[in-house]
Design a protein around this ligand. Structure first.
Ligand code: FAD
Length: 498
């Protein structure tokens, strides 16, 4: 039992992909379980019920409560589905968890092999409750203590990965999705095809090309690879606003007592705090539209800077109208950018952070970045269903692939998670056979129309009732006034005659 407890402790404390997978595989080895088996969770519960108590028990109880929601039909709601989630960001992982709870066999492809994003996300209240209901506090007890409503992206990914693994999700790091293809009728089956329960419709092309996942077949494909969505079949709408340049900076947190005295800034913006920003400009020459400061794993700052002040401070070398030319590597003085970020952060914290040293980013370089968010993309539709030779496959987008957020509203993960739950509802409806394919698509697209209007106030405040059924989350949702099947016919791509 000592070894098992130690393996579980390593799993809980793992802070990146490799240690997390290693600890999970060790746990499975000790319990004589197949890591990718959806039976893992059930096995553990059985053991707990039979009186073998161990520390995982608390987390498993929370997960058990979650899994017992009616919508999942005890893991039978999508039992025949084989789902591929492209991207192990927060929204891809959240979707994978829901699909696993519905009983689907789920594989997540993540092209990176590390979780290294220091940036910190502000979370809407429902999201905090959602994470607690998945057992996040059993994995990281310090989270969401008191008024803290933020989390670093890498911590969020780690927590979601651990939950996904416990639910039987197969997570493949270092595997990039390159495209999908229909399985020709006579194609020989791959090694694990029997596990799939026969032909499912689609295979993926991946990098590295010889990876065994390329031989698997899927009938649910989820695009969760961020704003550069690679799944075909989704037209994009582009919203172009006025030039907007953001800077993010992460500094090492040293844990000194003085650091914890510094006030966080959950979002100052020029319209509400004109004197603050005018004083900043006069004192430093730095001209900002907004600034956020969170103390998390790092000291994290994000701000929108005005172009003129970036030129004035020598960060941008020349003025160009085209944002990509303006922010091109050749036009940015990296040292001046660092100095700009340090000066703004020092002003914002009243000099309360001594020895400001940049944390390392995913490349091991100093974690400061500048990017343009003048253009925001969203998909025209959230799903399509492809039908070939008697088999149907669902193709969906979630997260930034579906709807890229305007970051100052802090809406990215909130809308991303809502979209993940909506996507799971589509899969459930589709598998239930209780409605036609067109009715299922019409419902999904009607709900998608509500997503961009959601705010912390307009989603239902009954967080305990949140489930995958859209009516549990969107008070404004009225199924009867939504899109009609005829209006979404173009999203059903079928080889059947009319
Ligand atoms: P991503 O986080 O982009 O993850 C996509 C994943 O897919 C990545 O891990 C990537 O490596 C992987 N991938 C990409 N291509 C492939 C491929 N071909 N094959 C396999 N894997 C692939 N949101 C909030 O909720 N609150 C905030 O306060 C907030 N602040 C923000 C501040 C800034 C400056 C920015 C830029 C964004 C902010 N956001 C915020 C938005 C938030 O970061 C995103 O909405 C969120 O990360 C989206 O998650 P995702 O899983 O959809 O995509």
């Amino acid at each position: 039992m000592g070894e098992l407890e130690a393996a579980y402790d390593s799993f809980v404390s793992a802070g990146d992909i490799a240690p997390c997978l290693a600890a999970f595989n060790r746990l499975c080895e000790l319990l004589d379980l197949n890591p990718c088996s959806p039976d893992f969770f059930r096995h553990q519960l059985a053991k707990r019920r039979s009186g073998r108590h161990w520390r995982a028990g608390q987390l498993l109880s929370v997960l058990h409560q979650k899994a017992s929601a009616k919508d999942y039909a005890s893991g039978a709601a999508a039992a025949g589905c084989r789902a591929l989630v492209i991207g192990g960001g927060p929204c891809g992982l959240r979707t994978a968890i829901e699909l696993a709870l519905l009983g689907a066999r789920v594989t997540v492809l993540e092209k990176r092999d590390r979780f290294s994003r220091n940036n910190v996300l502000h979370l809407w209240p429902f999201l905090i409750e959602d994470l607690k209901a998945l057992g996040a506090k059993k994995l990281a007890p310090h989270l969401f203590s008191g008024p803290i409503d933020h989390i670093s992206i890498k911590t969020l990914q780690c927590i979601l990965l651990k939950i996904a693994l416990l639910l039987g999700v197969d997570f493949l790091p270092g595997v990039g999705f390159e495209g999908m293809e229909e399985v020709p009728p006579s194609a020989p089956g791959g090694a694990s095809i029997e596990d799939n329960g026969g032909s499912q419709g689609f295979r993926c092309r991946v990098d590295p090309p010889e990876h065994p996942v390329a031989r698997l077949e899927f009938n649910v494909l989820i695009g969760a690879d961020g704003k550069r969505n690679t799944l075909p079949g989704f037209r994009r709408k582009v919203f172009r606003g006025k030039l907007a340049i953001a800077i993010t900076a992460n500094f090492i947190k040293r844990g000194a007592a003085e650091e914890s005295q510094v006030q966080e800034i959950s979002g100052f913006s020029y319209i509400y705090n004109q004197k603050y920003f005018n004083d900043l400009r006069q004192a430093t020459g730095i001209d900002l539209e907004n600034i956020v400061y969170y103390r998390d794993d790092t000291h994290y700052f994000v701000m929108t800077a005005k172009k003129a002040s970036l030129i004035h401070k020598g960060v941008l070398l020349r003025d160009y109208d085209d944002p990509s030319q303006l922010l091109s590597q050749q036009n940015v003085d990296q040292d001046k950018l660092k100095a700009y970020a340090v000066e703004a952060a020092t002003y914002a914290t009243g000099g309360g952070l001594a020895n400001m040293e940049f944390a390392a980013n995913h490349c091991g370089s100093e974690d400061v970045a500048m990017f343009d968010f003048t253009e925001l993309c969203s998909a025209e539709n959230s799903c399509q269903i492809v039908h070939r030779r008697g088999q149907s496959a669902i193709v969906c987008l979630v997260g930034d692939s579906l709807l890229e957020p305007f970051w100052p509203t802090g809406s990215g993960c909130a809308r991303g998670f809502l979209g993940a739950l909506d996507c799971a509802w589509l899969v459930k409806q589709f598998c239930s056979g209780r409605c036609s394919v067109l009715e299922a698509i019409a419902e999904r697209e009607s709900v998608y129309q509500l997503l961009s209007q959601t705010t912390p106030e307009t989603v239902s405040q009954k967080f305990d009732d949140f489930g995958i059924n859209p009516s549990s989350r969107y008070p404004a949702y009225n199924k009867l006034s939504g899109l009609k099947p005829d209006q979404v016919r173009h999203l059903f791509d079928s080889d059947m005659p009319e």
